[in-house]
Design a protein around this ligand. Structure first.
Ligand code: MN
Length: 242
């Protein structure tokens, strides 16, 4: 997220905005409407789309630049835009994304904020869960813990694949740390494991928009391509270590 750097350190974002708007009003009155309004409207929105960790064609041929163009450029950007519309001018505009997700989870009157905030978070986590020339097996402490908690890498891979293929409708498959143990979980729509006390290590997006342009209805082929060629085990290992 990008927070505006206040020229007056002690002001929070809302106070800073009020100051800007007040100065715009003063400038309007004193005849400098142009510059004053330009300043006010140049205030950047609370959240911005994080850059992809690789070029948009880097996952070819397993996930095409066309899919990334829509998935990142339209869907992920859309969640960011919607979230900004919903929180700009509210106290949430000053809060970290995770705090907004936690505060709105399960609240019937804040579903739209939760859905868009969690989808912003989930997608950023998903891009980082993928990398060119990924896939295969992890190393080090991660493979040791996978072998301990799942009884072997092949068992883990089969269970993770099953979770991702069997999620009914839109959602996500996750490798998480749940207490002292690794576990596989799936979530529907925008739901995300950390609001349930589980630490995400990896995810696969199984919404149809993630694979339909490249795989049409063959979700299992998309998941197999990720497991064999794209999973970023280094990212999962970093998440396990921190
Ligand atoms: Mn998606």
């Amino acid at each position: 997220m990008s927070n505006v750097i206040s020229p007056i350190g002690s002001l929070n974002r809302r106070q800073f905005l009020s100051t800007l708007l007040a100065s715009a009003t003063v400038l309007t009155v004193s005849g400098f409407a142009g510059s004053g309004l330009a300043r006010a409207t140049n205030v950047s929105p609370p959240f911005t789309l994080p850059p992809l960790p690789w070029p948009d064609d880097a996952l070819n041929p397993h996930i095409s630049a066309n899919t990334i163009g829509f998935h990142y450029g339209k869907h992920h950007q859309g969640y960011v835009n919607n979230l900004n519309k919903l929180v700009t001018g509210t106290p949430m505009a000053d809060q970290p994304l995770e705090a907004i997700i936690t505060a709105t989870a399960g609240k019937a009157d804040q579903t739209a904020i939760f859905n868009n905030a969690a989808q912003v978070w989930n997608h950023t986590f998903y891009w980082n869960s993928l990398r060119p020339k990924g896939g295969g097996k992890p190393a080090g402490a991660l493979i040791e813990q996978i072998e301990k908690d799942f009884g072997g890498f092949d068992t883990f891979k089969a269970e993770f694949t099953k979770a991702a293929t069997s999620q009914f409708g839109s959602g996500w498959a996750w490798l998480v740390k749940d207490g002292d143990k690794l576990a596989i979980t799936k979530t529907g729509n925008a739901d995300t494991p950390f609001i349930h006390g589980k630490k995400p290590l990896l995810t696969i997006d199984v919404w149809e928009h993630a694979y339909y342009l490249d795989y049409q209805n063959r979700r299992a082929d998309y998941i197999a391509a990720i497991m064999d060629h794209l999973i970023n085990w280094e990212f999962a290992a970093q998440n396990l270590a921190t």
